[in-house]
Each structure stands twice: as C-alpha cells, then as structure tokens.
Design a protein around this ligand. Structure first.
Ligand code: WT7
Length: 658
C-alpha cells in the first residue's frame, strides 16, 4: 500500500462523534446556516455585521480589487462602543466582563461591563492628554492584567492602532516592532507574575527605547510593586494619570476600514511581518465566529481562552469577540502549574467555566501530568472544548474529550492564522460530526480548498496546499509598510487565491485535515510525509509524552526523518531501556503509518525547544539534526533546552539501519 492509501485507510477508520440531540436542539448554529451562506455569502456576512452597532451604514458589503479587500465600505462604527458601551446601554452593566485571576493565589478581580466602560473612558482621556490622536500607533507591552484590555480598547476608541507585543519578547524584539510601526507612546507595567516570580517588563522598555527619541511617553501600570528605573520627562504612572480622568468619553465613529491593530508574526525570513487588521470586517468575523463556534450564550456562559493577549488568539477570543458578544470571560495571568499542576482545574471548578479554548501543546502537557489531576475536580460546568494553534493529534484530542470534557463536550478544532483574524475552518457544535484530528469544514461564508502544485483542487482522498478562495471579513489588509511583501507572501503562489502556507488533506468525505506548515512537510524517497503524521504516530505510543519530527537532508533518500521524543515518567531511565524503547518506537511508527515513515533517528530528550507561545521550534531541531550551528535562539522560552539536545545529538549514534 502507498503512503497515501495507508493514510486514507487510517483516516476513514477514525472515529466520528455525532453531535448529541440535546446540544443540537439548543445550539446557536442550525444546519441551514451552511446552505444560507452558500447561496449568498455576502448577504450572510451583512446579516452578521448588522448585529453590531453602526453609526453609519455601509454602502457596499465588499469591494474586492485583488489582493486588496474592503468590507462594509463607507460604514462607520466604534469598536470600543460595540464591545462595552452598548452592553451597558442595554442594561447589562452589572454583567461581569472578566473574572480576572492573577497568578499569586487569591489575587482576583471581577470587572463588570459598567466598570470596564468607566476604565476605558478614563484611559482614552488619559491617552488624549498624552497627545495620542486618531491614526497614531501605540505599543502595548503588558502582562495578562485587566489594564491590558483597557489599554487596547482605549486605543480602539480613539482610532489609534495598537500593537501588542507579547510580554515574553526581548527588548530587542520590542524595539524593532516600535520602530517598524513608528509608535510614539508605550503602555507597560513594572512587571507581572509568571512561574511563581515577579518578572520585570519596564527595564526592557527602557532598553528598547533608549535611543528612540520619538517615543515621548511611557505609561506604566503598577502590578508587582518592584523597583523601576524612571525618566521623569517621559514616564508616568497609570494610577497617577488615568485615575484622575473623567469616566465620560464621547466616542467618535471610525471608518470600517480604519486600522484597528498591527500584530507582528514570524514568517520565513528573520524580520517579523506587521499584520494589519481593520475595524468593521474584523470585528464582525471575531464576533460571529465566537458566537457560533463556541455556541456562546452571553447570559449564562463563562468563556475561557487560555492564551496570552499578546497573540492573535488573545486579541480575537479574549478581547474583541467575547466583548462584542457581551460575554463573561475568565482571564488568567500565569502558568498552568503555578500553585499546583491542577491550577486550571481549580479555576474551571470555582468559576464554573463552561467553554474552554486552548492549544494542543498544553493538552499534551496535561496528558504528561496525568488524568488524576483533572479527575480530582468538578469539571461538570464545561459544555464545549476548543483547540487552536497547531494540528491536534488524535491521541490528544481523545484525551481532551474524555478527561476534560467528561466525554460529553463537543471538541472544536479551529484552524486559522494571525493573518485571517478569526476562525476559518472548524466544526460547528451541534451540527458537525467531529473526527479526532480534523478541523473538518470551512466556516459558513468562508471559501477554503486544498489544491495541487498547479492550483487545481485535489479530489477527496488527496493532499496538497491549503488556500482561501474568497476574501473574508477578518482578512489582513496588508503587511504594515510593505505592500510588496504582502503580495509576494500570500498572493503570488496561486492565481487569485490566498496561500496559507499549510499542507492539508481532504479525506474520503471531503473533510479537511491540516498537516502543518509546508516547510514541515518532508520528502523521503519521493514520498510526501508530514511531520505531523509521524508525531501523531509517536505520541500514540503509551510511553511518549511529546514528539517533534523534522526532515533532515539525507544523501540517499532526500530527507530522513529525525524524531525528538520526550517520554512519560522514567521509561528511559537507563541506556538499555532507552535503546529498547527507541527500537520499539521505530516499529510503532512503521505499524501506524508504514515503513517509509519510520524515523531514521530517534533522540529521547527531557524537553523540547519551544517558543514562548508554546510552539515547538522545528527549525532549530532541523539545525540540530543536520549538525549545523544553531542560529538565533533568543525567541525560545528556554534556550538551554536546544543546546542540551544539540550536545546529546553529538553523542548519540544514529539508530539508522544499514
Ligand atoms: C499557523 C498560524 C490561530 C491563532 C494561533 C496561531 C497553525 C493554527 C491550527 C489547527 C492545524 C493550525 C497553522 C497556521 N494552526 N491552528 N487548528 N490545526 N494547524 O496563529 O501563530 O498565526 O499560526 O498555526 O500552521 O498556519 P499563528
């Protein structure tokens, strides 16, 4: 059997989970939605946009001059008003917008929509006092605290695009972003809590802007109370400036295409791309996908996106989507193991979280920590689970469903990107029968397909490149200051289609399986094998906690598969049992996928190199596997991990068979 045939056999044998009639009966999305959006997708999006408050209606739903789109042309609205003021005006001021939970135990704040409105207006007045005008860029470098949301909404209210830089980035990264979008004001904090300690943020800002004379103000929230350096002419405490402002602020409506924010994301080159999102279309897609994918009932749900606001997931599903829908969210500052490895389950139990959205890497960490921890808590409030950020291997999907969802919660695997602004491919709970590991189908009103090298759609059972075939409301409007790179990166590979950079397959039923980035797809002896498939196979072995697979260049086969594997407990405590396990794993992969997918080399390592957002850095592992010097490791959560693996690699003989 060829690899493709074996894979499709594997896929069709995969279990399906039809929605429960109970869930379907009460679901926000009903099956007719696909039909309705299919017949007239612009009418579908227009209906959705009408759920927002517009100060001036649009004249045209879409203006498409490839590759440039304008949505809700001529319409005017204010994002902050839609996220906050209108809920207060509707009588829901007492509803909690955020149950905020700091990392130190007992450090909590509940913020109602009325309180949020007050804070956002004060902050907007404060920024105005600092000379921030519509169109000016503001950099936000903050921990996960309520003021971060307030700062973003204050910017949105003024029409001053924000660029939130993840607090884990270095001063150098912060500096480059400030320069790239020419931000004149920075909002930060003295620090925040992470892994049980107060980490500092202000020193990185001081360093970043030391030579940037154009940055005239730094607004600083006191979070930890640690000592900070101070430049009187430039720095001002949030509590000194914001607290004395008026809680009233008349909001001006902005054009539907007015820039809302710039979010930097890594591409194939060293320089991050500033992804530009605008106002009306972005908010429409964030709100619509949030309401339908997570089946949000604002009166009763407690929604928790366990991600950092410094990433697009936090922008769309901690801030803009949930607030536009008047939802109550949990916002948690720290790491999953702060105050015990069951910290999340304590939070779910106490706050009665009903919808949880997180990443596969976190789910696999929980798997490693064991099912006893969630089992010791009452998680019965949960009714829906989501996954995002990378392909989820069926093992992790099943574990999530069983141990966190109690076997009763639908699991939605949502594919999207910083560039798409909102969810694009996903099951809809109550409608779609899910398959562990598949993101299933394009969201209503979204056009997506899998094409071959020539841009032709592949038949069911085939694989190729994921493309987006129609412009969508939340799409990036460009790369900040670099129109050519925008065309090149996304629109030059296939004519008239957006190239996502992901490999994908359509199974027998036409359902979509995301296979990871194209550069993670290996070619071994002319066979296309996804690193994800091999990783999934490895992780399905009971001894394996996590696996990262790379294609290393190989004189005979083109590429050879090299796997880096962390094991559960002490399975590989001594060299002999390590050897045995490696042999077993190679056979396991051969059984799961085929001999062709059997790794050339397996390295058992205590940890894997990850970015601060939790993504495995396969690029570095490829360097290790190909015995190259390691490049830039500063974006890693823990740079020592990869050096250790590099050392190990030099000393472990290849397990390659002759
Ligand atoms: C890349 C985008 C979407 C917000 C967080 C990541 C991968 C994302 C999935 C998924 C398989 C996924 C893709 C994509 N990805 N979600 N459900 N299944 N892969 O945003 O940092 O812009 O990364 O993440 O490779 O291209 P991002």
């Amino acid at each position: 059997m060829s690899v493709d045939a074996e894979l499709s056999a594997l896929l069709t044998e995969t279990r399906r989970f039809p929605p429960s009639p109970d869930f379907s009966a009460k679901a926000n999305a009903q099956p007719e939605i696909y039909q309705r959006a299919g017949v007239d997708r612009l009418a579908f999006w227009a209906d959705e946009a009408s759920r927002l408050d517009w100060a001036q209606p649009w004249e045209a739903v879409l203006e498409w001059k490839p590759p440039f789109a304008k949505w809700f042309v001529g319409g005017m609205l204010n994002v902050a008003v839609n996220c906050v003021d209108r809920h207060v005006a509707a009588g829901n001021g007492d509803r909690i917008a955020y149950h905020w939970i700091g990392e130190p135990e007992g450090d909590e704040r509940d913020i109602s929509y009325a309180a949020l409105k007050d804070l956002v207006c004060r902050a907007a007045n404060a920024l105005t006092e600092l000379g921030v005008h519509k169109g000016d860029r503001v950099a936000i470098y903050m921990p996960m605290i309520p003021e971060t949301v307030v700062a973003m909404l204050a910017c949105a209210r003024l029409g001053a695009p924000h660029t939130v830089v993840f607090g884990g980035f270095s001063s150098e990264a912060l500096k480059n972003r400030i320069i790239d979008c020419d931000a004149r004001v920075v909002i930060t904090a003295d620090g925040g809590y992470r892994r049980g300690t107060a980490m500092a943020l202000k020193p990185a800002v001081d360093e970043a802007i030391a030579e940037l004379a154009d940055v005239r103000s730094v607004l600083v929230v006191r979070r930890t109370g640690q000592d900070v350096g101070w430049t009187d002419t430039r720095d001002i405490w949030w509590h000194d400036l914001v607290d004395r402002q008026s809680p009233e602020h008349p909001a001006e409506p902005h054009d539907s295409e007015h820039p809302l924010y710039v979010m930097y994301t890594s591409g194939t080159t060293a320089k991050p791309k500033g992804i530009l999102h605008t106002t009306g279309g972005y908010l429409t897609q964030a709100a619509t996908t949030h309401r339908l994918v997570f089946d949000i009932k604002p009166e009763s749900d407690v929604f928790w996106t366990a991600a950092d606001i410094g990433w697009v997931t936090g922008h769309s599903y901690i801030v803009y989507g949930p607030l536009a829908n008047g939802t109550t969210s949990v916002m948690y500052e720290g790491t999953p193991d702060a105050g015990g490895r069951d910290r999340w389950w304590q939070i779910v139990e106490r706050q009665k979280v009903s919808v949880l959205y997180t990443a596969p890497t976190t789910i696999r960490t929980f798997m490693k920590w064991g099912e006893d921890l969630p089992a010791a808590h009452d998680l019965s409030s949960l009714r829906l689970l989501g996954s995002v950020g990378e392909p989820i291997n069926p093992e992790a999907w099943m574990w999530y469903r069983k141990n966190i969802g109690g076997g009763r919660c639908p699991v939605v695997d949502t594919w999207w990107q910083t560039e798409t602004g909102g969810i694009m491919i996903t099951p809809l709970p109550g409608i779609t029968a899910t398959k562990p590991g598949s993101a299933m189908t394009p969201f209503p009103g979204i056009g997506a397909d899998v094409v071959d090298n020539a841009g032709e759609p592949v038949a069911n059972g085939g694989g190729g490149y994921l493309v987006l075939t129609e412009p969508w409301p939340g799409m990036l409007r460009g790369i900040w200051g670099d129109e050519e790179r925008y065309r090149q990166t996304y629109w030059s590979r296939f004519d008239g289609m957006y190239f996502a950079g992901d490999g994908a397959k359509k199974d027998e039923n036409g359902d979509l399986w995301l296979l990871g980035r194209i550069d993670d797809v290996m070619n071994v002896s002319g066979h296309r094998i996804s690193t994800t498939e091999v990783e999934s196979a490895l992780v399905s072995h009971p001894a394996v906690a996590e696996a990262a697979v790379v294609g290393a260049s190989d004189a005979t086969t083109g590429q050879g598969i090299v796997a880096f594997v962390t094991v559960k407990g002490n399975v590989a405590g001594d060299p002999e049992s390590g050897e045995r396990l490696i042999a077993e794993l190679r056979e396991h992969v051969a059984t799961e996928i085929g001999k062709i997918a059997r790794p050339r080399q397996i390295l058992l390592t205590p940890d894997l190199p990850k970015t601060r957002s939790g993504k495995i850095m396969r690029r570095l592992l490829r360097d290790v596997a190909e015995h190259r010097d390691l490049g830039d490791v500063t974006t890693l959560a823990d740079p020592t991990v990869v050096n250790m693996i590099d050392e190990q690699m030099k000393h472990q003989p290849s397990t390659e068979e002759s």
